[in-house]
Write a protein that binds this ligand. Structure first.
Ligand SMILES: Nc1ncnc2c1ncn2[C@@H]1O[C@H](COP(=O)(O)OP(=O)(O)OP(=O)(O)O)[C@@H](O)[C@H]1O
Ligand SMILES: [Mg+2]
Ligand SMILES: [Zn+2]
Length: 508
């Protein structure tokens, strides 16, 4: 008899419906799987055999033929195991229920255990979109699947349990739907009140957080650049539900969700070492896996010691930063991963670290300084909305007993600025000022006359690029949001310009 079982395939972040057609025929004992399966799917034969043994069903000594449709799409991974098992059980009439509105995903272990898989969230979303009413997922992945409303989700621990449910004697109860925000967020001990002095840098970080802007911190050694950047997540606004699902999706596909934290409900902070490879940074592999930039989706990618990174590795970031997604093409196909991030970088201005400092004399030659700064290309520098000079912290600031402002207080202002942005971009795929596409700038960024005049003067005096021009406007709008008004004023433009020192100071 021919049986049909539903499952979901995955390539990159892209889930697609697959049906497993199974037929058991007379003939020499043989188990064939067609439909462009890779080696891991072919190996499913052994796992399914053992699963059958675990539920006490003898393996049919016949010719078993399975086809994964659509047959012209390459398939890989172990998540088809469960559907292959169910298809076989249907074909030999152990399961006789109608399963046409059920989907099965999961990997089988040798004793019939169902192991966790990657990409459950993405697959569950697709199952719902495809109109299925029930989905059976590995018990380990139940939390991801339970985020999705409108489809009944069952967590399966082993084949005996599944068979008990499908044959009707011991039914499983579907997991109640739980939105991601009900999950606890891990605590952090870092706080902005640890950073003494540095008023300008603190203001820069706050402004960047308020609008989701990329920020570059330049300054002498030990001035607190790494310290500031590491505390950025503590002042960023909470993620929205959509953002939580998006980020969890990337981690799920990358297999980076843990048992303790089955969902990503806080903004990720990724700080790859400067020896990271291009594939590690933007993603890669024969079946493309997400890189650091995508693992930072909706959060922060921190590149400490920016000048130490390989220049060509950094250049690869340019396009994804702009498009907010990475496209990776391999022989197996093309994967697209989201990477809407805040890029934060820190560096010294020269090998000795004191170029441009008012406190200590730089001992590098002009050529050395030029060489050092030349490691970062102009176009990449252009992608930082804010450049902040971090001077060594003053003695009085460092030893003062005065309490610095806490992360909680700063975050409140940032949240308020973001609330204005949420209203501004309601119903659009834009979450913050940094994401305003160029063609919508005139609509959202309204400057009063004085602000326009100042912007014109800056443009004429510094010959800034068109990209810098629109970045200045976005930052000025964030300054306006922090100050609590809608029209951008001269002061807001002045604040934004204050954080574009790098071009004139170091690159004369
Ligand atoms: N503004 C500050 N307030 C309090 N402590 C500070 C400050 N700046 C630096 N420190 C102290 O100095 C240490 C080094 O700071 P940090 O690593 O942030 O410097 P950096 O600017 O990243 O230096 P480098 O250029 O060498 O990477 C910190 O761990 C902290 O103890
Ligand atoms: Mg540092
Ligand atoms: Zn120097």
């Amino acid at each position: 008899m021919l049986s049909v079982t539903n499952t979901i395939g995955l390539f990159g972040m892209n889930a697609f419906p697959v049906t497993v057609e199974a037929e058991v025929m007379r003939g020499l004992p043989q188990f064939d799987i067609s439909g462009l399966p890779d080696a891991s799917i072919k190996e499913a034969r052994e796992r399914v055999k053992s699963a059958l043994a675990s539920v006490g069903v003898p393996f049919p000594n016949k010719h078993i033929l399975m086809n994964l449709a659509p047959a012209d799409v390459k398939k890989s991974g172990t998540s088809f195991d469960l559907a292959i098992f169910v298809a076989l059980m249907q074909a030999i009439n152990v399961i006789t229920n109608d399963l046409s509105d059920c989907v099965f995903i999961g990997e089988l272990g040798l004793s019939g255990i169902v192991h966790g898989i990657r990409g459950t969230l993405s697959m569950t979303m697709n199952a719902k979109r495809s109109g299925y009413r029930h989905i059976f997922v590995p018990a380990d992945n139940i939390r991801e699947a339970a985020c999705i409303e409108g489809i009944e989700v069952y967590g399966v621990e082993n084949c005996i349990q599944l068979l008990g449910h499908l044959c009707g004697d011991v039914p499983l109860t579907p997991a109640p739907c739980r939105p991601p925000e009900s999950e606890a967020v891990p605590e952090t001990v870092l706080d902005m009140c640890d950073v003494r002095g540095q008023a300008k840098a603190r203001a820069g970080i706050e402004l960047a957080a308020a609008g989701g802007h990329n920020i570059l911190l330049v300054g002498s050694p030990g001035s607190g650049k790494s310290m500031l950047a590491n505390r950025l997540p503590t002042i960023l606004p909470q993620m929205t539900r959509e953002e939580m699902l998006e980020t969890t999706n990337v981690y799920s596909v990358a297999g980076q969700l843990s048992k303790e934290h089955p969902l990503m409900t806080w903004r990720p902070f990724r700080a790859p070492h400067h020896t990271v490879s291009a594939a590690g940074l933007v993603g890669g592999g024969s079946i493309p896996a997400p890189g650091e930039i995508s693992l930072a989706h909706n959060g922060v990618l921190f590149l400490d010691e920016l000048a130490e990174f390989d220049r060509s590795t950094l250049e690869i970031l340019r396009q994804p930063l702009e498009k907010r997604e990475v496209t990776i093409s391999r022989a197996a196909g093309t994967a697209v991963y989201p990477c809407s991030i805040m890029l934060v970088a820190a560096m010294n201005p020269c090998p000795c670290g004191y170029y441009g400092s008012t406190k200590k004399k730089c001992t590098c030659s002009a050529a050395q300084v030029k060489n050092y700064l030349g490691r970062i290309s102009g176009p990449l520098l252009d992608r930082f909305d804010l450049h902040v000079d971090v001077d060594p912290v003053e003695y009085d600031d460092l030893t003062s007993k005065e309490k610095m402002e806490s992360s909680a207080a700063i975050r409140e202002r940032v949240e308020r600025a973001r609330d204005r942005q949420k209203k501004r971009f309601a119903g659009m795929n834009v979450y913050c000022n940094a994401m305003i596409p160029d063609h919508l700038l005139p609509e959202f960024c309204v400057l009063d006359d004085a602000a326009q005049q100042l912007l014109r003067r800056i443009h004429e005096r510094y010959a800034i690029s068109a990209r810098t021009h629109s970045r200045l406007q976005r930052v000025a709008l964030s300054a306006a949001d922090l100050a609590g008004h809608d029209t951008v004023t001269r002061e807001d433009v002045a604040v934004a310009t204050q954080f574009r020192g790098f071009d004139s100071k170091y690159l004369r």
